[in-house]
Design a protein. Structure first.
Ligand code: SAM
Ligand code: DTB
Ligand code: SF4
Length: 338
C-alpha cells in the first residue's frame, strides 16, 4: 500500500507538472474550493514553494492621491458619491506631498508605492499629473503602481512612458454577482481596461473582494475569471470587505476567515507565478488568520497604517508579525544589485 506521503504527492502531481494555464473552468475552480482544507493548503503551499521563497513578503504602501466624490456606485466603497460614509471629496494631491509620502514609505521599508484615485476614469490632464508623480516616485528607487479607474489605450501608453510598473484594476467578483454590487460600470469595461494596460506593457494588478454576500459559486467565478485572462495578472490582490458605515454593504454578514484563506489558496494554485496580495481587511484579522493566509500562498501585503480611506495595521504591529512568523521583505532586483 502506498504511504500517505506518496498518495499526497500523487494527488498533487497534475498541478505541479502542468504549465501555467489560462483555461481554468469554473467547475475546476469550484472543485479546488471543495477540497478538504489541509489538502487545499498542501497544494497551495507546494506550488508557492515551487515559484517563490516561502518566507518572503513583498511590501506595498498605498496613498490616496485623490479622495472621495467618485461618480461610480460601487456598493462596498466609502469614496462613492452615491453613499454617505463621511469621506470628504478632495482635489488631486500636489506633487511635493505625494513625493514626501513616497519617501516616508520607502524609509519604512516599502518596495512599491501605489497611488489610488477615486475616479471613474482620469481626464488626460489628470494622467499628465499622475505621470509626473510616477516619474518622481520611481526616481526615489520605488516600484510604482496606480489605480485611477478606466483607462483608454493612449492613457495606458502615456503612463507606461512615464515608467509606471503596475496598474491596479479589479474585477471585484464574479460576472453574475457583479451587477448586485455596481451598476455604473460594466464587467466588460473592466476587462477592456485590463487589455489596454496589458497591451501598453504595464504589469497588471487585478483581484477582487470576498465577503460581499457572494456565494461559493461567485468566489469560484471570480478566480476563474482572473485565472483565464490571456496572461495572468502579475499581482492578485484578494481583499476582505472592509464594512464601512454608510455604504450599502455595511451590514454584510461577517466573512468566515477560513473562506478567505481558501480564496487565497485557490488563487495561488490557479495563478502559481503571480504575487497574491493579502490586501484590505487585515486590520480586523488575527495574526493567526494572517499566518494561514501566508501559508496558503499570499506573499504580498499593504503596509502602513492606512489603506486608501480605512485603517490598516500599524507598522509596529506588522513588524512584530513578520518577526513572529520569521518572514522577511522581498528585495527588489535593483536593491540586490542585479
Ligand atoms: N477608482 C478606482 C477603481 O475603482 O478602479 C481605483 C480605486 S478603488 C478604491 C480600488 C479597489 O479597492 C476597488 O476595486 C476594490 O476592489 C477595493 N475596495 C474599495 N473599497 C473596499 C472595501 N470597503 N473593502 C475592500 N476592498 C475595497
Ligand atoms: C486593492 O485591491 N485594494 C486596495 C488597492 N487595490 C487600491 C484598496 C483597498 C481599499 C479599502 C477601502 C479604503 O481604504 O478606502
Ligand atoms: Fe469609485 Fe473606485 Fe470607489 Fe468604485 S471603487 S466608487 S470606482 S473609488
Amino acid at each position: 500500500m502506498p504511504s500517505l506521503a506518496f498518495s499526497a504527492a500523487l494527488a498533487i502531481l497534475p498541478l505541479m507538472v502542468g504549465d501555467i494555464r489560462s483555461d481554468w473552468t469554473r467547475e475546476e475552480v469550484k472543485a479546488l474550493f471543495a477540497l478538504p482544507f489541509s489538502e487545499l493548503m498542501f497544494r497551495a503551499q507546494s506550488l508557492h514553494r515551487t515559484y517563490f521563497k516561502a518566507n518572503e513578503v513583498q511590501i506595498s504602501t498605498l496613498l490616496s492621491i485623490k479622495t472621495g466624490g467618485c461618480p461610480e456606485d460601487c456598493g462596498y466603497c466609502p469614496q462613492s458619491a452615491h453613499h454617505d460614509a463621511g469621506v470628504k471629496a478632495e482635489k488631486l494631491m500636489a506633487l511635493p506631498a505625494v513625493l514626501q509620502a513616497a519617501k516616508a514609505a520607502k524609509a519604512a521599508g516599502a518596495s512599491r508605492f501605489c497611488m489610488g484615485a477615486a475616479w471613474r476614469e482620469p481626464k488626460d490632464k489628470d494622467v499628465e499629473k499622475v505621470c509626473a508623480m510616477v516619474e518622481g516616485v520611481k526616481a526615489l528607487g520605488l516600484e510604482t503602481c496606480a489605480t485611477l479607474g478606466m483607462l483608454n489605450t493612449d492613457q495606458a501608453a502615456r503612463l507606461k512612458r512615464s515608467g509606471l510598473d503596475y496598474y491596479n484594476h479589479n474585477l471585484d467578483t464574479s460576472p453574475e454577482f457583479y451587477g448586485d454590487i455596481i451598476s455604473t460600470r460594466m464587467y466588460q469595461e473592466r476587462l477592456d481596461t485590463l487589455s489596454c494596460v496589458r497591451e501598453a506593457g504595464i504589469h497588471v494588478c487585478c483581484g477582487g473582494i470576498v465577503g460581499m454576500g457572494e456565494g461559493d459559486d461567485d468566489r469560484a467565478g471570480l478566480i476563474a475569471a482572473l485565472a483565464s485572462l490571456p496572461v495572468h495578472p502579475e499581482s492578485v490582490p484578494i481583499n476582505a470587505l472592509v464594512r464601512v458605515e454608510g455604504t450599502p454593504l455595511a451590514g454584510a454578514a461577517p466573512l468566515d476567515p477560513l473562506d478567505f484563506i481558501r480564496t487565497i489558496a485557490v488563487a495561488r494554485i490557479t495563478m502559481p507565478k503571480s504575487m497574491v496580495r493579502l490586501s484590505a481587511g487585515r486590520e480586523d484579522m488575527s495574526d493567526e488568520a494572517q499566518a494561514l493566509a501566508f501559508l496558503a500562498g499570499a506573499n504580498s501585503i499593504f503596509y502602513g497604517p492606512r489603506l486608501l480611506t480605512t485603517p490598516n495595521p500599524s507598522e509596529t504591529r506588522d513588524r512584530a508579525l513578520m518577526v513572529r512568523l520569521g518572514m522577511t521583505p522581498m528585495i527588489l532586483p535593483c536593491e540586490a544589485g542585479e
